[in-house]
Design a protein around this ligand. Structure first.
Ligand code: ADP
Ligand code: ADP
Length: 228
């Protein structure tokens, strides 16, 4: 089991008010699978992803990623985990505007021990011709391709995507989905995605529906074959 979460709880305190955002989450995802988290705004999706990504911590429960209990890591080890093992893809790309496409990726590859390099990942996302362009010179879909290249150049074990097609039109969303499937197959990367998009959910191996901090439904899609 690659991700194995059990009874994960998380509350936020604002002044005197304590809000329980995750109320005992349990979820599992195998290596090479694509998982999707569905759920209304405020249901805890981002909080769950942030804990898995080492940006935030749970209050209690188990969060095993590739056999490592990340809830128990000290701050330094959690930073190593976040920098080394996790790739992030965001809805609004988060590219550095005054760096070229190639430089945006080199910022990550230069501090990574990964065997992958900038040219290889740009080719993998079909953006090798745009290496010397700036983000503002690219369409939304192209910027998302670059942000996926930047996420995969460190060869992460886990790719966390927060509404990766949320700002894109239908056809572009399709091509980004196909690209994520190719990454999953080519590198065996386990992928977990937040989405509102039914088509993304249909391509996942497992779909987790979150409501008010609880997983209320899990669907296993038998027709989707996990990556090796
Ligand atoms: P979703 O991603 O499903 O929209 P979130 O995980 O962002 O949900 O938020 C779940 C709940 O936790 C919301 O009610 C939100 O206001 C609250 N919340 C999230 N982050 C914080 C924080 N840092 N401090 C206080 N409350 C927060
Ligand atoms: P949203 O993210 O709000 O669903 P989108 O523009 O991504 O908006 O999608 C609009 C509609 O098209 C939705 O009903 C969605 O399920 C569908 N859709 C989006 N992308 C695809 C796709 N790649 N294949 C099939 N249907 C899609």
């Amino acid at each position: 089991m690659f991700i194995d979460i059990a009874n994960l709880k998380k509350s936020y305190r604002t002044g005197e008010v304590v809000t329980e955002v995750l109320k005992g989450i349990g979820m599992k995802l195998d290596k090479g699978e694509i998982g999707v988290i569905l759920g209304p705004s405020g249901s805890g999706k981002s909080t769950l992803m942030n804990i898995l990504g080492g940006i935030d911590r749970g209050d209690s429960g188990q969060v095993l990623v590739d056999g490592i209990e990340i809830n128990q890591l000290n701050d330094g080890k959690l930073t190593d985990y976040r920098r080394g093992d996790i790739g992030f893809v965001f809805q609004f790309y988060n590219l550095v505007p005054n760096l070229t496409v190639g430089e945006n990726i080199e910022v990550v590859s230069n501090i990574s021990k990964s065997p992958l390099n900038t040219d290889e990942v740009l080719a993998a996302v079909g953006m090798q011709d745009k290496k010397h362009r700036f983000p503002r010179e690219l369409s939304g879909g192209e910027q998302q391709r670059v942000s996926i290249a930047r996420a995969i150049v460190k060869n992460p074990k886990l790719l966390l995507c927060d509404e990766p097609t949320g700002a894109l039109d239908y056809d572009t969303s399709r091509s980004i989905l196909q690209l994520l499937q190719q990454v999953n197959k080519k590198y065996g990367t386990t992928i977990l995605m937040i989405t509102h998009n039914a088509a993304i959910a249909a391509m996942a191996n497992r779909v987790f529906r979150l409501r008010s901090g609880e997983i209320v439904e899990e669907t296993v899609n038998q027709t989707v074959v996990p990556a090796e």
